[in-house]
Ligand binder design. Sequence first.
Ligand code: NAG
Ligand code: NAG
Ligand code: NAG
Ligand code: NAG
Ligand code: NAG
Length: 284
Amino acid sequence: MLLIFILAVVAAVSRSEEDIMKNLTTVTWAHAVNNKTYLEAALASEVSMLEADIVMGTIRGKDGPPLPIMAHPPATTSDLTLADFLSAVAQYNKGNSKPKGVKLDFKSIEAFEKSQDLIAKYTKPEVNFPVWLNADILPGPVKATTKPVDPVKFLTLGSKHPRAVMSVGWTTNYGKNVTEGEYSRDQIGTMLRMINEYKINQTVTFPVRAGLACNSQPVLLDLLRETTSLNSSMTVWSSEGDAVEVDRMRALILTVGLERTYLDVPHELAARLHLPPSDVGAKN
Ligand SMILES: *[C@@H]1O[C@H](CO)[C@@H](O)[C@H](O)[C@H]1NC(C)=O
Ligand SMILES: *[C@@H]1O[C@H](CO)[C@@H](O)[C@H](O)[C@H]1NC(C)=O
Ligand SMILES: *[C@@H]1O[C@H](CO)[C@@H](O)[C@H](O)[C@H]1NC(C)=O
Ligand SMILES: *[C@@H]1O[C@H](CO)[C@@H](O)[C@H](O)[C@H]1NC(C)=O
Ligand SMILES: *[C@@H]1O[C@H](CO)[C@@H](O)[C@H](O)[C@H]1NC(C)=O
């Protein structure tokens, strides 16, 4: 009786790990993990990926030159440096069978440049958790005016960490009054050219904003097809309140495939997508 129970538990665990391999939408996210309190809470939670922002700044109450800290612009102070953030995550993950990954969202090229030694330290072969290096490196829809992070420098430095996932996207102007738009063929083409020109040869993912991505299926399929050798995927994200054509979004995700789509959207939108259930359970 006990043996059967144990076998059932083992089967359930291995099934869920297998499912994550095929169904990247099962990966869950914590956002803006930019202070000590929230980092502790996120590490204690069930989420699998911690997304956090990096800017140059200072630790509150301490003097000294600016250094990479966890904060979202316009903030330039924090109680957490990137060094302390990574060290806490590594400590948590040590010997852990379900290590949590990090998606480091660099808000300036200076912050990325000054983080190189730390990134190298946490992308060594013995490190057991995924490290994603993220930045908006190209101007995107709809006529976005946010200044992108220098693409040449970001790709050149990023390629020096081949075990890290390169997560490269476009600035966006959406939500509020902007409820229609798409990624243009030019915007997609520029990304593709840069990835080829700077000889990216590591896993890549393209963060795309749901409301815009759902109107861009043909060009996104091209982008993913052309980068198949990089094990490319898309990471669909959305801000609270973004207008999203749910049926089109669902069609895009199912065409690209659950094995190539990370889904990082508000719960309400995720639920409305009605992704098809796994039939693995039914067969057992
Ligand atoms: C810590 O971060 C969380 C998530 O970004 C935020 O909700 C919270 O207000 C922050 N706390 C402090 C003290 O900054
Ligand atoms: C949104 O549109 C309204 C009315 O056209 C305008 O007054 C407001 O400034 C716009 N807001 C933004 C953020 O563009
Ligand atoms: C890409 O990297 C792999 C090792 O990760 C290497 O075997 C391969 O030769 C590289 N390809 C190119 C075109 O540099
Ligand atoms: C893609 O995945 C395969 C299988 O896991 C791996 O051998 C290869 O190195 C990966 N290539 C890149 C560029 O990530
Ligand atoms: C994939 O994962 C999502 C989110 O956990 C779930 O809703 C869906 O049923 C899964 N589908 C498959 C085919 O595994």
